[in-house]
Design a protein around this ligand. Structure first.
Ligand code: AMP
Length: 406
C-alpha cells in the first residue's frame, strides 16, 4: 500500500510518499514560494535517508498549488526517475489540517461535510486552514479516484475532559465563538504515545505518559490510559510554554494594557506575541544552539535568562501534568528539535526530581543519536525516553486506518 502525505501551507507544500508495508519513504519534497512572481523552488528527494538518496532541485514559477502539485506528480511518475508508474498506485492521500474546530473530534475521509468543517474553522486557523483546504481541493482534481483523508492537528486534544478544555469565560460566548482549549502538535503527540507504549511493551489503554514536543513551537501532552487528558497549548498555539518566538502563557491583562498604552491594534499585539516574543524577545535568538553558545561562551545574561525561563516553563507544566496523573506515569517522552537534541535543556528540566522517582542517566542523556532510546536509570519510574517524532508517518498511518474503517 502506498500513501501520499500532503501538507499544504499558504505558499508552500510538503509531501512524502510512503510504502506502508515497511514504512519506507519512496520520495519526499518541498515546494516553496508558491505564488511568488519572482519564482519558486522545488526540492525533491528520491529514497531519502538511504544510501540511494538522489536529489532534484527545480527553480520555476509556481503561480498556485495546482501548478506546484502537477510538477510533483511529474517527478513522482517520471519514466526514468519516478517511483510509481500510475497515480492509481496511491491508495489514499493524507492531508495535514491544522484546525477541526469545535465539532470535529477525529480524522475524516474528505467529503463535502469535511470540507465545510475545515472552512468553518477558518477564523480559528486563518493562516493554515485555507491553505490546507486548497491542498485537498487540488488533490481531488489532480488525483481522480484517490480518496483523501483530513488529519486534524487538533484531534488529539478533542478527547480531553470538559474541565480541561473549558476556559472560565462566559459559556454562551465560548459556544458562540468555538472558544476552548484545542491543543496543537496533535499528530506528533499521537505518534509519541503510540511509539512510547510500543517501546515500553505496554498496552496503549494502560499507558500513562507526558509527551514533551519541544521545538521552535513547543507543547506538552498529558496522557492517561492512552488518551489526552490535558495539553499546554490552547485555543491557538500561543498558550503554554516559552517558545522560539511565542511568549506562551502570560497575564491576559497585558493585552489591553498594551493596546491602551501603546495604541496598538489587536493584530499588532498578536504579531508581537507570536513572532517577536519568547526566546527571540528575551535574547534576540530563537535557536537553542545559538543561545547555549551566547550563554556559555560569552556569558551573555539575556541568553542565560532565556534558557532558564524556557527550562522553568517546561518544568512547571511537567509538574502540573505529573500531579494530574497522580504521579502514576510510565514515561516522559522528549521529542522534536530541542527534545531530541538538547541534553542541556533535558537535564535542566529533570534536575532535582529524584524525589519523585525521576532519575536521569547523565551519560545516556549526553549521547547523540537519532534512535529511539531510554535515557533514565534502570530504577527510574517514570522512564525517560527520547523518541524522534514523525508526523508524516502518523498522518499516513491515520489515513490508512480511516480508509480501512470504511
Ligand atoms: P523543530 O521546530 O522541531 O524543527 O525544532 C527546531 C529547534 O530545535 C531549533 O530552533 C533549535 O532550538 C532546536 N535544535 C535543533 N537542533 C538542535 C541541537 N543539535 N541542539 C540544540 N537544539 C537544537
Amino acid at each position: 500500500m502506498k500513501i501520499l502525505v500532503l501538507n499544504a501551507g499558504s505558499s508552500s507544500c510538503k509531501y512524502k510518499l510512503f510504502q506502508m508495508e515497511d514504512q519506507s519513504v519512496l520520495c519526499s519534497g518541498l515546494v516553496e514560494r508558491i505564488g511568488d512572481p519572482n519564482g519558486g523552488t522545488l526540492s525533491h528527494k528520491i529514497a531519502p535517508d538511504t544510501d540511494k538518496e538522489e536529489k532534484i532541485f527545480l527553480e520555476n514559477p509556481y503561480p498556485d498549488h495546482s501548478v506546484a502539485i502537477l510538477q510533483v506528480i511529474k517527478l513522482i511518475t517520471d519514466p526514468e526517475k519516478g517511483v510509481i508508474k500510475d497515480l492509481k498506485e496511491i491508495s489514499v492521500i493524507g492531508h495535514r489540517v491544522l484546525h477541526g474546530g469545535f465539532y470535529q473530534t477525529a480524522p475524516a475521509l474528505v467529503d463535502e461535510k469535511t470540507k465545510d468543517t475545515i472552512r468553518k474553522a477558518f477564523p480559528l486557523g486563518p493562516l493554515h486552514n485555507p491553505a490546507n483546504l486548497t491542498g485537498i481541493e487540488v488533490a481531488e482534481k489532480l488525483f481522480p479516484g484517490v480518496p483523501n483523508v483530513a488529519v486534524f492537528d487538533t484531534a488529539f486534544g478533542m478527547k480531553m475532559p470538559r474541565e480541561a478544555y473549558t476556559y472560565a469565560l462566559p459559556q454562551d460566548l465560548c459556544r458562540e465563538l468555538q472558544i476552548r482549549r484545542y491543543g496543537f502538535h496533535g499528530t506528533s503527540h499521537t505518534y509519541l504515545v503510540h511509539r512510547g507504549a510500543a517501546f515500553m511493551k505496554k498496552d496503549l489503554k494502560d499507558f500513562n505518559c507526558i509527551t514533551l514536543h519541544l521545538g521552535n513551537g513547543s507543547s506538552l501532552g498529558c496522557v492517561k490510559n492512552g488518551e489526552c487528558i490535558d495539553t499546554s497549548m490552547g485555543l491557538t498555539p500561543l498558550e503554554g510554554l516559552v517558545m522560539g518566538t511565542r511568549c506562551g502563557s502570560i497575564d491576559p491583562a497585558i493585552v489591553p494594557y498594551l493596546i491602551e498604552q501603546k495604541g496598538m491594534t489587536a493584530q499588532e499585539v498578536d504579531t508581537l506575541m507570536n513572532k517577536k516574543s519568547g526566546l527571540l524577545g528575551l535574547c534576540g535568538k530563537t535557536d537553542m544552539r545559538d543561545i547555549h553558545k551566547l550563554a556559555d561562551e560569552e556569558n551573555n545574561e539575556d541568553a542565560k535568562l532565556a534558557r532558564t525561563m524556557l527550562i522553568r516553563s517546561i518544568k512547571k507544566t511537567l509538574g502540573a501534568f505529573f500531579f494530574l496523573l497522580g504521579g502514576k506515569v510510565d514515561a516522559l517522552i522528549f521529542s522534536a528539535g530541542i527534545g531530541e537534541n538538547d541534553n542541556i535543556v533535558r537535564k535542566g528540566v529533570l534536575d532535582g526530581l529524584e524525589g519523585l522517582g525521576i532519575k536521569l542517566d547523565e551519560k545516556l542523556n549526553n549521547v547523540r543519536s537519532g534512535e529511539e532510546r531510554c535515557i533514565s536509570m534502570p530504577d527510574s519510574k517514570p522512564c525517560v525516553l527520547i523518541l524522534p517524532t514523525n508526523e508524516e508517518l502518523q498522518i499516513a498511518l491515520t489515513a490508512a486506518e480511516v480508509l480501512n474503517a470504511q
